[in-house]
Design a protein around this ligand. Structure first.
Ligand SMILES: O=C(O)CCC(=O)/C=C/C=C(\O)C(=O)O
Ligand SMILES: [Fe+2]
Length: 313
C-alpha cells in the first residue's frame, strides 16, 4: 500500500462571493498543485472524510459517522450533480472492519452528499467519477457530536484497513478551518426551520436558491460588525495546523467542542475530517511527514482557508 493525504477547506461561496482576484488566483495555484500531485500519484482508491450540511443527513436519524457504498451529489453551490464512483465492495469491507474494531459506524447504500464532499473531490480530480472513492461522512454540523477522541479512533481504524490493501490510496479531509456560516441550529429554531432540519431532504429549487442567497448575504458582511456570526480565528487555525505538523494527534482528545464553537465558530468542527484523515495516515504508516501548503483567512468565503499535504515518513 502507498498512501498520500490532502486536507483542504471548502467553501459554498467560491464563484458566488469571491475575494480579490489576487487571492482567488493564489488559491487556484495552490489547488492546481494539489491536483497535479494527485494526478502523479494516480490513486487506485480515494477515502474522503467529509461533513454534510443538511443535504443527505437530517435529525430524523443523525448518525455520528457514515460509510457510503453508493452516493449521489445534490449539486449544491455550483458543484457537479450526479453519482460518485463509490467502491461498493471495498466500502462494505471497510464497514465490517471498522465495526469489528469497536467503532460504531452507520452504513448507507444510497447517500446524498453535498459540496462538503464534492467540491474538494472535484478540485482534486476534476470529476466525481475519475477514481473509485469511499465517502465517510463525519457529523460536524448537527450537534451533538461524537467527541474528537472518537473521530481520531475512527481515523485510526480506517488507516489500519487501508494498510491491508495492496493499492495506492489517497486520503482526503475536507472542511474548516475556523468559520461560522449561517447553518441553522435545531435548538431554539422556529418550527419551519426545525422541520427542515429534521426531514428537509430534496428541497425545491426555490428553497435551495433561498439557502444559497442567505449564505451569499452572510458572506458579504462576514467579519464586519454587521455580522452576528463568530469571526475567523487565524490564531486557532495556526495552532491546529501546528498540531498536525507536529504529529501530536492525541492532543485532540482534549478538544472541547463547546470551546471551539465559541472561539473559532460552530463550523470549525469540520476539522474533524482532517483529524480522521491524519489519524488514518498515521495508523497506516506508523507516523507521517506533513506540510502546510497554504493558509489565509478569507472572509468573503467564510473560511479560514487552509491546505495541507502529508505522506509516509
Ligand atoms: O442550507 C444551507 O445552504 C445553509 C448554509 C450552508 O450549508 C453553508 C455551508 C457552508 C460550508 O460548507 C462551509 O462554510 O464549510
Ligand atoms: Fe462546510
Amino acid at each position: 500500500m502507498t498512501i498520500m493525504l490532502k486536507c483542504l477547506s471548502h467553501t459554498p461561496l467560491r464563484g458566488l462571493n469571491d475575494p480579490a482576484p489576487e487571492v482567488t488566483a493564489e488559491v487556484d495555484a495552490v489547488l492546481a498543485r494539489a491536483r497535479a500531485d494527485v494526478e502523479a500519484f494516480d490513486p487506485e482508491l480515494i477515502v474522503i472524510f467529509a461533513p454534510d450540511h443538511y443535504n443527505g443527513l437530517f435529525y430524523d436519524l443523525m448518525p455520528p459517522f457514515v460509510i457510503a457504498t453508493a452516493a449521489e451529489s445534490v449539486g449544491d453551490y455550483m458543484t457537479m450533480h450526479g453519482p460518485l464512483s463509490v467502491a461498493r465492495d471495498l466500502a462494505l469491507d471497510l464497514t465490517r472492519f471498522v465495526l469489528d474494531h469497536d467503532v460504531d459506524v452507520s452504513l448507507s447504500h444510497r447517500l446524498q452528499v453535498d459540496h462538503g464532499c464534492t467540491q474538494t473531490l472535484e478540485e482534486l480530480t476534476g470529476s466525481l467519477t475519475r477514481y473509485p472513492v469511499i465517502p465517510i461522512i463525519i457529523n460536524s454540523v448537527a450537534p451533538p457530536f461524537a467527541p474528537y477522541r472518537r473521530v481520531r479512533r475512527l481515523g485510526e481504524v480506517v488507516g489500519q484497513f487501508i494498510a491491508t490493501l495492496d493499492k495506492r490510496v489517497l486520503v482526503v479531509g475536507t472542511g474548516g478551518l475556523s468559520h461560522e456560516p449561517p447553518v441553522p441550529l435545531l435548538e431554539g429554531a422556529p418550527e419551519a426551520i426545525g422541520e427542515f432540519l429534521i426531514c428537509g431532504r430534496n428541497p425545491t429549487p426555490e428553497a435551495r436558491a433561498a439557502r444559497q442567497e442567505r449564505t451569499i448575504a452572510a458572506g458579504k458582511i462576514y467579519g464586519t460588525d454587521l455580522s452576528a456570526q463568530t469571526p475567523l480565528n487565524a490564531e486557532w487555525d495556526q495552532a491546529f495546523i501546528d498540531l498536525l505538523l507536529g504529529g501530536q494527534l492525541d492532543a485532540v482528545d482534549d478538544f472541547s467542542i463547546e470551546d471551539i464553537s465559541k472561539e473559532a465558530g460552530r463550523s470549525t468542527h469540520e476539522v474533524r475530517t482532517w483529524v480522521a484523515a491524519f489519524a488514518a495516515l498515521a495508523a497506516a504508516r506508523n507516523g507521517y511527514t506533513a506540510r502546510r501548503d497554504y493558509y489565509r483567512p478569507i472572509n468573503e468565503w467564510i473560511a479560514g482557508y487552509g491546505v495541507m499535504s502529508a505522506g509516509p515518513r
